[in-house]
Design a protein around this ligand. Structure first.
Ligand code: GLN
Length: 249
């Protein structure tokens, strides 16, 4: 099968090798005989909500986030329509913050988000930096990655986090939770890139995208891969988080 992936603002929001997440998704699809058709959509580019099965947006400094907000706002309705139509989405750090209602930076400037996720973010004085380990009980899995953000993200009451912080700061260094999950939309602070050391999440997103491409509500079962290297990478990242992660929740 072929699934259509839209990479938003790859030329502005791509730190800590976030674009590596696309490479992992494409390779894991190809190993199962599927294909990802990846299109970059940036400032001034058209976006057709009916033309994508998976959306991806990476992280970036406050400056880059400020540069894309006006264009992102102009695409807000179409992005809402794409997600309402069942397209999956992965948003990392700065991109994750802009899926909420707003991100207020350290100078107090408010960057408008598109309100796709039930949350808002306010920058604090101290950056939250380090390796992170999460427990994702909804998937019976753990996630390991790296965070570096000034933003403190506050989820609305009833909103579902991506995971419980085992080691690290997470959304705000206090709630004990990280990220946000809404149906097929996943937002997280975890860089690394995230997916090479967390193949289960890559396959979850891939399954959602292929299901959408097939017009089938159920994600097709993806043939299991060995994932030895990925498991080692996860173990190394998890042990670093145990040794170095921020103060445990
Ligand atoms: N600029 C945002 C912050 O500092 C996001 C940073 C990032 O994407 N790593 O919180």
């Amino acid at each position: 099968m072929k699934a259509r992936v839209v990479h938003l603002y790859a030329d502005y929001l791509n730190i800590y090798a976030d674009r590596g997440n696309i490479a992992v998704l494409a390779r894991r699809a190809a190993w199962r005989g599927h294909e990802l058709d990846v299109v970059n959509v940036s400032i001034g580019d058209p976006f057709d909500p009916g033309e994508c099965d998976l959306l991806y947006i990476g992280g970036g400094q406050d400056r880059e986030q400020a540069l894309v907000t006006a264009d992102l706002a102009s695409k807000a309705d179409a992005l809402h329509a794409a997600v309402a139509g069942g397209a999956a989405m992965l948003a990392v750090c700065g991109g994750y913050q802009l899926l909420g209602r707003f991100y207020r930076d350290r100078e107090g400037a408010e960057l408008l988000g598109i309100g796709l996720l039930p949350l808002h973010t306010i920058a604090g004085e101290r950056r939250m930096i380090g390796d992170v380990l999460l427990d994702c009980d909804w998937a019976g899995q753990t996630l390991a990655g790296f965070e570096n953000h000034a933003g403190r993200t506050v989820l609305d009451a009833g909103a579902r986090p991506l995971g419980r912080v085992v080691h690290g700061f997470g959304n705000d260094g206090e709630s004990g939770f990280e990220g946000c999950r809404l149906d097929r939309v996943v937002g997280t602070y975890l860089h690394g890139p995230l997916l090479p050391r967390n193949p289960w999440l890559a396959d979850w997103l891939l399954g959602c995208a292929l299901a959408h491409a097939a017009g089938d509500p159920e994600a097709p079962a993806l043939e299991a891969l060995g994932d030895e290297l990925e498991a080692d990478a996860h173990a190394v990242a998890a042990s670093r988080a145990r040794k170095r992660g921020g103060r445990p929740a």
